[in-house]
Design a protein around this ligand. Sequence first.
Ligand code: ATP
Length: 238
Amino acid sequence: MTALLEVEDLRVAYGKIEAVKGISFTVEAGQAVTLIGTNGAGKTTTLRTLSGLLKPLAGKITFDGEPLGGVPAHKIVERGLAHSPEGRRLFPRLTIAENLQLGAFLRKDTAGIDADIHRVYDLFPILGERRKQASGTLSGGEQQMLAMGRALMSRPKLLMLDEPSMGLSPIMMQKIMETIRELRSQGTTILLVEQNAQAALSLADQGHVMEIGRIVLSGSGYRLLHDESVRKAYLGED
Ligand code: ATP
C-alpha cells in the first residue's frame, strides 16, 4: 500500500538558515502521525512547506499518489490537504459561521457545506451556540476549535494541525485532544505538530521526534511514549 503522504529528504531554508535538514516520513491513510520536538526544531516549517506556503530547497513530497512540488497553496487545499495553522489565523471580525464558510471556499455544494457546518457544531457545540459571534472575541480554546473546524470544511484527505494545544488550559487542551482522537476514529488522517509530547504521543499511531531540523527518533506513539530518552527530554522526567 502506498502512503497518503510521502516526504523524502525534505530540506527547507530561510535564506542561509536551513530549518529542515533532510527529513523523510510517511502518513498512511487513516493514521494519526505526530511530529514532536522543542521550539525551533522545524515542525512548523515542515507543515508550511507541505501546504505550499514555503518552497523547499530539495526533496520530494508525494500526496495521494501525485507530486506536490511546485503546486500553489490553493491547489494543494483542492487536492485534499488542509492546514490549521499555529496561531490560528482566523478572520477576527467575521463570525464563527462566516469563518467556517470561508473554509469551504473551494466548494460549491451548498447542501454539503451546510451539513459539514453542522458536523463542526456537533463536534464543538460551543461554536454552534455562538455562531454569530465575531471570532476575535472567542477564547483561545474556542478559536482553536474554530481553526480546526474551518480546516475540516474543505473535507480534507489529510488534516494538518499545528500546535492545537498552544496556550490552552489543561481542560481545554484535553477537549481538543479528545476531538482529534474522535476525528481519527471517524477516519480522518491527521498530521499533528505538538510541543505537548505526552498528549500527542498518546493519540498518535506514529511519532517522529525532531531536533534542529532533523528527525532523530521515530516509532509508534506507544513506543515513543515509553522510550526513556523521550521521557527524559520531552516528558519532563529525570
Ligand atoms: P515552534 O514550536 O517554536 O514553532 P518549530 O519546531 O515549529 O518550533 P520552526 O518554526 O519550523 O520550528 O522553526 C525552525 C527554525 O527556522 C528556527 O530556528 C526558526 O528561528 C527559523 N525560522 C522560522 N521561521 C523563520 C523565518 N520566517 N525567517 C527566518 N527563520 C525562521
